[in-house]
Write a protein that binds this ligand. Structure first.
Ligand code: SF4
Ligand code: SF4
Length: 246
């Protein structure tokens, strides 16, 4: 997109956003017959159950047509290696370089584990605050979505997300991220990553449903969120989270 088209698209969308954004937020996200006011979605991650198989990453790519190159992903799994000298090495299990720079032998390792990550569907989302055209928005059931028809590819949200959860789609030139598989959960299906996880390391649920497995998980586990000091209020909760995870 050249500079003139970009500016035109920006101002056209900015004008329309201020008039009808509230109406559009509801109408553009929800299928017929689904009432978003009756749900509020969250996810739990049991770190001690993740075996780093990457099945969740593969399922997400297939389900959501994520570009196949290894550096594009909506969810990813990091391998943490804590060494005896207390240095920390982190690597995406699917080969993205991460920070694993030197060879590590087994005798150097104090502990190692896997941490699945994704968009935290923040309750106080900086990505929504910075979007100049209202393309990134929060649904009534608590999911952060991107409206492709309004996104101008300015990358503000990508820079604002402190979790690295967004990328620019190489063909569409719009911002991409995890949607909790919104097209599935609004039909009472699980997100693809949760459905395929062989160890049930991922738990999905509805805060407004007392029988939700997510509510049970939150009550029985000591839970943490990533980067709590940033006040983004994540809705992805971790149990058995090592203090070195960032
Ligand atoms: Fe936005 Fe990033 Fe929070 Fe997801 S994790 S809601 S992309 S700030
Ligand atoms: Fe971990 Fe489950 Fe993903 Fe496998 S599918 S990497 S066990 S979260």
């Amino acid at each position: 997109m050249n500079r003139r088209n970009f500016v035109n698209k920006f101002f056209t969308l900015l004008a329309s956003t201020t008039v009808i954004s509230g109406f559009i937020k509801k109408a553009r996200a929800t299928p017929n017959g689904y009432d978003p006011t009756k749900h509020y979605y969250e996810m739990g991650i049991q770190v001690d159950k993740c075996i780093g198989c990457g099945t969740c990453m593969d399922a997400c790519k297939t389900e959501n047509n994520v570009p196949k190159e290894p550096f594009f992903f909506r969810t990813w799994v990091e391998r943490y290696i804590i060494k005896k000298d207390h240095s920390v090495q982190v690597q995406n299990i699917k080969g993205w370089a991460g920070e694993l720079t030197e060879k590590t032998t087994e005798s150097d390792v104090l502990r190692s584990f896997f941490v699945p990550k994704l968009c935290n569907q923040c309750d106080n989302p900086p990505c929504v605050q910075v979007c100049p055209v209202g393309a990134t928005f929060k649904t009534e059931d608590g999911v952060i979505l991107v409206d492709d028809t309004r996104c101008i590819g300015c990358r503000y949200c990508i820079q604002a997300c402190p979790y690295g959860a967004r990328f620019l789609h190489p063909e569409k030139s719009t911002a991409e991220k995890c949607t909790f598989c919104y097209h599935r959960i609004t039909k009472d299906l699980l997100p693809a990553c949760v459905e395929v996880c062989p160890t049930q390391a991922r738990i999905f649920g509805d805060k407004k449903s007392p029988a939700s497995p997510l509510n049970r998980f939150k009550h029985r586990s000591k839970i943490h969120v990533l980067k709590p000091a940033l006040n983004t209020e994540p809705k992805v909760y971790y149990s058995n989270l090592d203090g070195e995870v960032r």
